[in-house]
Design a protein around this ligand. Structure first.
Ligand SMILES: Nc1ncnc2c1ncn2[C@@H]1O[C@H](COP(=O)(O)OP(=O)(O)OP(=O)(O)O)[C@@H](O)[C@H]1O
Length: 311
């Protein structure tokens, strides 16, 4: 579906993306990374909005900047709010479909169908200025899917949505994924991506740090140094167990000796032993706090590996 060969994009002296090489088959992928990691730059390269400063790329078997017909095969939902307050969703989506060179009559039925898919039929004649944020997001998605593209690209589709809107968005993206068409969507939040697809691309500082399924990334993390906080009255009593093993990098007692911070070189070793130590020594331990699910910690772990601080 996408092939990047040593792609870099510079904005003057600023690196947008840095030497990306990647080949991903058709499927659904979450593009995850903190602010400024290069997600939007990558999306703009995929749709041919930007030409790479270095390297080359192919999307759906063609070069985005030299094949304008590619835009007909891609649906794009940008992060920015692009809706006109005095225009109805139906008019706007029809107009966007028309821009793809589709006949006037067909545009209307395609627009209606897409708006129905996103649950906007009852509000589609109202001016978009009266819509909630969730309705605006759904209208943007309708615009992206109305011309029935092969690949849907969404930049932060969950931004600003309340829990109900988030759930609706997840259902919508799952439905799209089940149809077997391509999906790439950028997000800051791991859980949002996890609820739609198991496949990730992790960007940081314009580089792809990891790609694969959640399990693959988890297994990278299991072997990557981590910090664990052990909390409870007997936390300090675990020191004699942990002081002599070679997979512990550092130990620190905090909070009146009720919290032990452990820097682990091989977390799997720790998790394999901790329960039996607590049981055998009959220790009062209330909590084990790990960085699981915390995307900042995930990035920190992968970054350490990336910087060569761990193997
Ligand atoms: N038009 C521009 N001019 C100069 N620098 C830019 C421009 N657009 C992006 N950058 C820089 O390129 C890098 C990547 O930015 P990009 O917007 O692609 O990241 P992002 O992951 O989409 O971030 P966010 O989550 O905040 O949208 C950042 O350092 C950013 O400051």
């Amino acid at each position: 579906m996408i092939e990047l060969n040593h792609v870099s994009k510079m904005y003057g002296n600023v690196v947008g993306v840095n030497d990306l090489t990647l080949r991903i088959p058709r499927g659904a992928y979450g593009l995850i990374g903190p602010n400024g990691s290069g997600k939007t730059t990558l999306i703009n390269l995929l749709i041919g909005h930007f030409r790479p400063t270095l390297g080359s790329l192919q999307v759906l078997g063609t070069t985005p900047t030299s094949d304008r017909r590619l835009l007909r095969r891609i649906g794009l939902c940008p992060a920015s709010d692009v809706l006109y307050p005095n225009v109805s969703a139906l008019e706007w989506v029809r107009y966007q479909v028309r821009l793809h060179g589709i006949s006037r009559r067909e545009c209307k039925s395609l627009a209606e169908e897409a708006l129905e898919t996103v649950g906007m039929t009852s509000a589609m004649h109202r001016p978009m200025g009266t819509y909630s944020l969730g309705m605006r997001q759904r209208t943007k998605i309708a615009q992206a899917i109305a011309h029935q593209p092969e690949l849907l690209i969404l930049d932060e589709p969950y931004n600003g949505l309340d829990p109900v809107g988030r759930n609706d968005m997840t259902q919508l993206l799952k439905q799209w994924t089940r149809s077997g068409r391509g999906l790439i969507f950028a997000s800051h939040v791991l859980q949002e991506i996890e609820s739609v697809t198991a496949s990730f691309l992790l960007l940081h500082g314009g580089r792809i740090l990891a790609s694969g399924t959640a399990q693959e990334i988890e297994s990278i993390l299991t072997d990557t140094p981590q910090e664990v906080f052990i909390k409870g009255r007997d936390a300090a009593k675990l020191i004699h167990r942990l002081a002599d093993v070679d997979w512990v990098d550092a130990l620190q007692l905090n909070h009146g000796k009720n919290e032990l911070r452990v820097s682990l070189r091989e977390p799997a070793e720790f998790y394999g032993r901790i329960a039996s130590w607590i049981r055998d020594d009959n220790l009062a331990i209330d909590q084990l706090q790990t960085p699981d699910g915390n995307i900042e910690a995930v990035f920190e772990s992968i970054l350490r590996r990336h910087r060569g601080e761990t193997s």
